[in-house]
Design a protein around this ligand. Sequence first.
Ligand SMILES: [Zn+2]
Length: 321
Amino acid sequence: MPDTSSITGPSDTMGKNSHYQGFVKSGLSLGRKTNDKLDMIKMKLYNSLNTADIPGSLILWKQANLAKQSDPAIIEVWNHTQNYIMFLRQVLNIYSLDGKGKCVTSSVHVGKHLCNAFWNGYFMIYGDGNLNNYLQPFYRDPMIIYHELTHGLIQYNFPLEYFGESGAINEHVADAFSVIVQHYLDKSPPSEGRWNPGSKIITKRNMSLRTFDDSVAYDYAELGRDDQVKHAKDFYEEEEDFGGVHINSGILNHMFYTFCMELNENIWDKPLKIWFNALMNIRPNCNFEDFASLLAESCNDLYGEEALNILIKALSHVGIV
Ligand SMILES: [Zn+2]
């Protein structure tokens, strides 16, 4: 993957250098009592009207006004964002991306034929996809929205540097959360849930922007070939892609998948709790080995030896231990 945002198309012009640079450490308000009504979720949605002017004009800020909208970009982005924020509240007891109820802002119809969606450090940006229709608008796949919103969650709460192994952990967490939220909303067991972020925007059949098993996500002329690696022996060590953040994240994704399939329980339960607990103790320059130790500690503390053995098997399957 060539760019700063997780999921990037070839005619992207805005993704470069737009990824957040700094990190704001803030405490998660786990356990905080809040009202779960939809109206309590603060969101704002803007329309850039196919210019580079972001965020653009304010279109929607109240659930009650959603019914008046007819633009699918506005309706879908609003609903999927709301689902993500509700997931954080219901499953992790976190109030919005920063844990303090911060308003989540999104801007749709950004640029002309922008094949991208990304978190720019302050809000969400959505392009409309490209001209010849091999990539649909990125909001068409809610898993991409969940991935990008997770970059916001990480920015506010987990100080992972966006380079090399810590950057690959960042990308992996965004990918893993996209799957977890989707499984949660679909109430799917691991063997039946979606593991293919981006499949709804690639118009070619049976392709996606990510896979978690050991298959290649995409391979065709316009997009090129998926270059994610699935085993530590294939670790990418060059400088491109911020030191391979979107390439080496595949190793952790495959490990996560292997663990979840073997555990065979809902992934928004034990796997999410293990991963989240590990993230609470993460350092900015955390490498894969440190991350594996944090996961193992978290797994053992929360669920004991049986789960730990499955995790160690998954880590060994991808060559991390
Ligand atoms: Zn990403």
